[in-house]
Ligand binder design. Structure first.
Ligand SMILES: CC(C)(COP(=O)(O)OP(=O)(O)OC[C@H]1O[C@@H](n2cnc3c(N)ncnc32)[C@H](O)[C@@H]1OP(=O)(O)O)[C@@H](O)C(=O)NCCC(=O)NCCS
Length: 156
């Protein structure tokens, strides 16, 4: 029987697996995957925390966010390709929002590529709304960079 996925904190012992998951999720769309070192430095920064979603001992998704004073930022969210469209992304996003709110944030921001309809739909469905645009902001392998949309959610 397949277990229900469980959420846990992304800790120092999870860095290799989290980096592998990040690469698996972002590699196919031409984005540079975070290395173990990237992940370690980020998680050591003030206000940064990560979440892992696990099922049957395997990591199926992750999210990293930062809380600074009354604002927060979603820094990444990724679900293993084989586990998409099963609610993992929404579960991680809602958990990151709840944690940020509990830590005192009154808003959450994120950046998403205009060429990423799955992520845009996820954020839209969670209540995020477009708040700006950064032209040619996101690297895309050998191709031209993509515009990023800045989205914001009020955490009232
Ligand atoms: C974006 C991502 C995290 C979504 O994860 P997921 O587990 O598939 O998402 P969920 O199953 O929780 O879907 C939640 C909602 O998002 C939207 N959504 C997710 N994938 C979608 C797709 N391929 N097309 C359209 N809408 C989609 C839907 O509104 C969906 O709600 P519904 O199932 O009730 O229709 C996943 O596609 C991913 O890891 N992508 C690669 C990494 C990435 O681009 N991260 C975001 C960077 S800004």
């Amino acid at each position: 029987m397949t277990a229900i996925p469980a959420l846990c904190r992304l800790g120092a012992l999870d860095l290799d697996r989290a980096a592998a998951l990040h690469g698996e999720a972002f590699g196919p769309q031409g984005e540079r995957a975070w290395t173990r070192q990237d992940m370690a430095e980020l998680l050591a920064s003030p206000g940064v925390a990560g979440l892992l979603l696990r099922r049957d001992g395997a990591d199926i998704g992750m999210a990293v966010y930062r809380v600074a004073a009354d604002e927060s930022e979603l820094l990444t969210i990724a679900v293993r390709p084989a586990d998409r469209r099963g609610g993992a992304g929404r579960r991680l996003l809602v958990a990151a929002i709840d944690h940020a709110r509990a830590a005192g944030a009154r808003a959450m921001f994120l950046e998403v590529g205009v060429d990423n309809p799955a992520a845009r739909a996820l954020y839209q469905s969670a209540g995020f709304r477009a708040a700006g645009r950064r032209p040619a902001y996101l690297r895309r392998g050998d191709g031209p960079p993509a515009d990023a949309i800045v989205m914001r959610l009020a955490l009232g």
